[in-house]
Design a protein around this ligand. Sequence first.
Ligand SMILES: [Zn+2]
Length: 322
Amino acid sequence: MTFDQIIGHDRQKEFLRRTLAHNRLAHAYLFEGPQGVGKRLTALALARTVFCAEATGCGDCIPCRKIDHNNHPDLHILEPDGKQIKIEQIRNLQKTLAFKPVESTRRICLIDQADKMNPAAANSLLKTLEEPSAETLILLISARPEALLTTVLSRCQRLPFARLPQSCIESTLIEQRGYDQKEAHIIAALADGSFQMALDRDPTIYLERRIEILKQVTALSAGSILPLMELAKELSTEKETIPQTLELLQAFYRDLLLYRHNRPLESLINIDLQEKIRRIAAREDNGSILNKLDALNECQRNHERNVNPQLNLEVLLLRLAA
Ligand SMILES: [Zn+2]
């Protein structure tokens, strides 16, 4: 991955390119910002440019290829081991820092989800940050910088990353993933500025199955309980897709609210269901929509607490059908 291949973040990429070209890299950076927007990819692109035989991050030379295959001996990547980054991981890293870099004149330590360092690990890393060496570049990555020790923060140059614009995710999905305009709009609108989240959305659920689920749910009526029970049973059979079903329903009821408040049509997520949204928005009022969104939130919380899925969905559907 080169800087050019990373979506968005032009200012951050330009800053790193320029700093690198003038050989003015700091000893430690913190790439901070929302999950899945490209912080780690940017760190890897920086590593490639630092180690590249052409100094461009060409992608063809041996160092570039080693980085892409995650086997460059001077690039050390630390990630949580289970839920935390532990002191042993930092100590092991520090042991390698006692030696000269193996193939390059420098080395890079990339600590992903740095906020997961437990206090002992963070304090141990602090020693390394306090004794900077020209050979070592430390890159911390975090979506929760407020969880890092202030002493660690103060030793790093902070580089903030923002959410990606929806239009930017949309055009990339069209160009690189073969989505059509409407599909790209729906997936990008659900991605909350994170390209990773867009890629994680399974198109068979979020594009095709979505239409079917919304059709089934909006056809329910509180007076006929049997179809409601059957649908709850059907939706609960694949327990792992329940959060996705809930997300789709949330997006739909949110669309109804936006529509009722005369928001521009392009702010809707279900851009392909405008006729349905118009029809259903006309028979609901704002209060009833808010109640349904509330029911969805409660169902989500119950799901996370392992409440029986079928019961949980039956209660939800009763409230949605009301
Ligand atoms: Zn190269």
